[in-house]
Design a protein around this ligand. Sequence first.
Ligand SMILES: [Zn+2]
Ligand SMILES: [Zn+2]
Length: 376
Amino acid sequence: MAPQAKVQCFAAKDKKGKLERCEYEPLPLQAGDIGTMDLHVVEWISGCVLCYAKRGQPFWKAVLTFFLASAEIKVTHNGLCHSDVHVMREEWGPCKYPMVPGHEIVGVVEQLGSSVTHLKKGDTVGFGWFKDCCQHCDACITGNDNICPEGAATIMGGGKNTGGFAERFRGSGNLAVKIPDNMSPADAAPLLCAGITVWSPIRKYVTKPGMKVGVVGLGGLGHLAIQFLAKAVGAEVFAISHSPNKREEAMKLGATHFVGLEDIKDNTLDVVLNTTPGGMDAKKLLSKVGYNGALVYLGGGTDTIKIVAFDLIPAQKQVVGSCVGGRALMREMFQLASLHDIKPIVDKMPLDKCNEAVDRLMGGEARYRSALGLTG
Ligand SMILES: [Zn+2]
Ligand SMILES: [Zn+2]
């Protein structure tokens, strides 16, 4: 049995976050791959198998589960998310290098572990923030696999941080999402993180048409939130931004109003989605939320939220967080996006321009999400 071909990729080698060409040995996909692995991969796999075994599975079953449930895709497109940059620059804590970014991955199935029966070679599928979950915990069996305590995040999960900025990608077949036929892979990629990140809280907190919803920040997340709220839910959408040059686009996407935060009367919005990467004043945002309303944090992960309990108590307000979404919501989101023609505005470029894409994202120039194609 020949050794497995290494995966060619772009990776950050330190916290400066510059992406360089690199290669790594992938997870084994078939039992025959095991005998040819590097020693460090064997060590890593052993740790993972022990982890499965600890969940109470017989050891042999744990081995099979781990080895045979994977899907390998030939990557065609990746979205670039702010979280990729946070992780590779160690803004969210220590990162294991080399780190391959990319957690909005679309590609074509090329190989399947023998226990994956719901996919076939040639299917176009996507992977998002998670590449594996335990399948058995309370979160997983209730469709909330995005909060599985043992979930493996695609770019920061366990021994190897190998995301989609590569020619190939392997993840659990269970978490591969089928992409609707009428959607291009470049349009589908940003939905795998940005799309589900906004759809999940909309589904939970925007419970009827006509609710007043503020979307703070009109970037990758915000421009999708406006579309889901307007087209799939029928909400009254307040696009909240201080960039007048985004007005026309926001209205075209479906916003009902385009306003600055200070233009909104206190206690008027049912829900506020904070999609900014950070730096917003929580007290000010919360002041715009009305009775029984919710301020939802989708970004700003390292922000300190400075409020007092009386900002919440009299009007029964909530401040909550939301983290991507489970498989059921992911499927629903793709169905709705396909039905209502909800799609990201993408800045298309080839993967080998990934450093330029990062610069554009950080400089606020990306309109609105970079979609990196392997060949352009
Ligand atoms: Zn993301
Ligand atoms: Zn689980």
